[in-house]
Design a protein around this ligand. Structure first.
Ligand SMILES: [Zn+2]
Length: 324
């Protein structure tokens, strides 16, 4: 294990899981992958903590659900202020290196709760610093992988306001048309918080080579997502192909592919843990504390210590410092 490894995880659905299962953050009574003790044990130093409204709550309870998740985070910041620091600006981010606390920077996955662009200020006030315009479905701004519509006028207006506030644009989940239109309108450094290489695993949630290159050319970072179906075409057709569950080897394959295409400054980790069930992730990853196994594995594969530090956190940290 590398000394003082600074792990950044660009996608953790913490409040969604805590509220959906009404579970505890310290001693959960249901199967889960993220708790405060595991974050500490695993040397996770910065988390993109998401606001995520599941489809079943849309549209009636969209705003209510988002506000409830924000209040869950507020309670966590208050109850665990010796362990967790809410990151809202450059100074907070800089403080993390000396501070032993874990930084939480809020990512809104799907901008549905922002009913119109001018409401962005309210969410900024609450600490939202990264936004993905849409989840898989369509909303007032953009469309995810389930449709092929482009950005709306409101979508362009929202990105303009995000640019002004230096809110980072997350391109994961957008359909191809929205991806390119959003990128064109964005003036800060874009990221894909949780997406893999589509050339390796042909799933619409993954990114094609030209998309990966476009993000890296703008200085951005692609977070490797650990969800099995995005790591490997697996388990869907039991009569063909390799049916073994994805492993660390598959995570490495995606990392290596993107590094060969974009360079080592453009890959990070966006685990998506607690965005699905425990069994939906590689068998070596059972809790968030296991993320450090990725670093060990990459070192074993011959990656330099410097490269591994960049992938495990340095790259996302660089983008946030520039954008904030
Ligand atoms: Zn997602």
């Amino acid at each position: 294990m590398l000394d003082n490894l600074f792990i950044v995880d660009a996608h953790e659905d913490i409040a969604y899981h805590l509220s959906y299962f009404n579970r505890d953050f310290i001693n959960p009574s249901v199967p889960c992958m993220i708790t405060l003790p595991w974050l500490k044990e695993g040397n996770i130093r910065l988390v993109f903590n998401t606001i995520f409204v599941p489809t079943e709550f849309k549209p009636q309870k969209t705003v209510e659900t988002a506000l409830h998740q924000l209040s869950i985070y507020d309670r966590i910041y208050e109850e665990h202020n010796t362990d967790i620091l809410q990151v809202k600006n450059y100074n907070d981010l800089s403080r993390l290196k000396q501070d032993s606390r874990i930084g939480f920077i809020t990512l809104m996955e799907g901008a549905d709760p922002i009913r119109e662009p001018r409401e962005l200020d309210d969410f900024y006030e609450r600490g939202v610093r990264v936004i993905g315009l849409a989840w898989n479905d369509q909303n007032q701004y953009a469309s995810g992988n389930n449709t092929d519509s482009g950005l709306t006028e409101n979508g362009k207006e929202l990105i303009k306001r995000m640019n002004d506030l230096r809110i980072t644009l997350d391109l994961s989940h957008l359909n191809e048309r929205c991806f390119w239109e959003a990128l064109e309108n964005c003036t800060t450094i874009p990221i894909a918080s949780h997406s893999n290489a589509r050339s390796l695993t042909d799933h619409p949630r993954n990114l094609k080579d030209d998309q990966l290159s476009a993000i890296s050319e703008r200085g951005g970072v692609i977070g490797l997502v650990l969800y099995n179906q995005f790591l490997k075409t697996w388990g869907q057709n039991p009569t063909s192909g390799d049916q073994s569950q994805p492993t660390l080897e598959d995570i490495f394959a995606h990392a290596d592919y993107i590094i060969n295409l974009c360079g080592e400054d453009h890959v990070g980790i966006g685990s998506d843990l607690d965005g699905a069930g425990v069994e939906d992730f590689p068998k070596e990853i059972r809790t968030v504390a296991d993320l450090s196994k990725i670093a060990e594995f990459f070192l074993k594969k011959g990656y330099s210590e410097e490269r591994v530090r960049k992938i495990m956190g340095g790259n996302f940290l660089r983008v946030l410092k520039e954008n904030l």
